[in-house]
Design a protein around this ligand. Structure first.
Ligand code: 4NP
Length: 159
């Protein structure tokens, strides 16, 4: 049933590195678990600096080496729509989380806001750090954290 889908929006700052990777990894894990049809998955950024652009080429390359295809196009979050439409809005770091809580407040949607590392199981990270200004190790670290947290999130939701 269309309206029984759990709708999840992943959010970072620019929507070109972390949240597009989260979207691709979580989607792939949902497909592997046979539950993709029960989910609607999207990503957005807090700023619109990269609106309409594909994800960062470095992130696309690192993710593809692990078998994930990142296809999303950057868009800015639309609070009046996204906080109503989505069931869970999942930020990547502490700043994202704080901003999402603030933006959700006028829509009474603060309880929909989470941080990706809330769902960590094996890793001990408490946020997904911004890899934009760093090197290859930063992108690999983001992917490690996202793989772990995506599994945790998938196990956490009732489908
Ligand atoms: P993201 O990384 O939030 O993981 O997409 C960033 C990419 C670009 C910018 C900031 C963060 N930027 O401001 O250009």
């Amino acid at each position: 049933m269309e309206n029984s889908k759990v709708k999840i929006l992943f959010v970072c700052l620019g929507n070109i590195c972390r949240s597009p990777a989260a979207e691709a990894i979580f989607s792939q894990k949902a497909i592997s678990a046979g539950v993709a049809g029960r989910l609607e998955i999207d990503s957005a950024g807090l700023n619109g600096y990269h609106d309409g652009e594909p994800a960062d080429q470095r992130m696309i390359r690192h993710a593809s080496q692990r078998g994930y295809k990142i296809t999303s196009v950057s868009r800015k979050i639309i609070p009046s729509r996204d906080f109503v439409y989505f069931d869970m809005i999942v930020g990547m770091d502490n700043f994202n989380f704080k901003e999402l809580k603030r933006l959700a407040s006028p829509f009474g949607a603060q309880e929909k806001v989470f941080k990706m590392t809330d769902f960590a199981s094996k890793c001990s990270a408490n946020e997904v750090p911004d890899p934009y200004y760093g090197g290859a190790a930063g992108f690999e670290n983001v992917l490690d954290i996202l793989e772990d947290c995506s599994e945790g999130l998938l196990n956490n939701i009732e489908l």
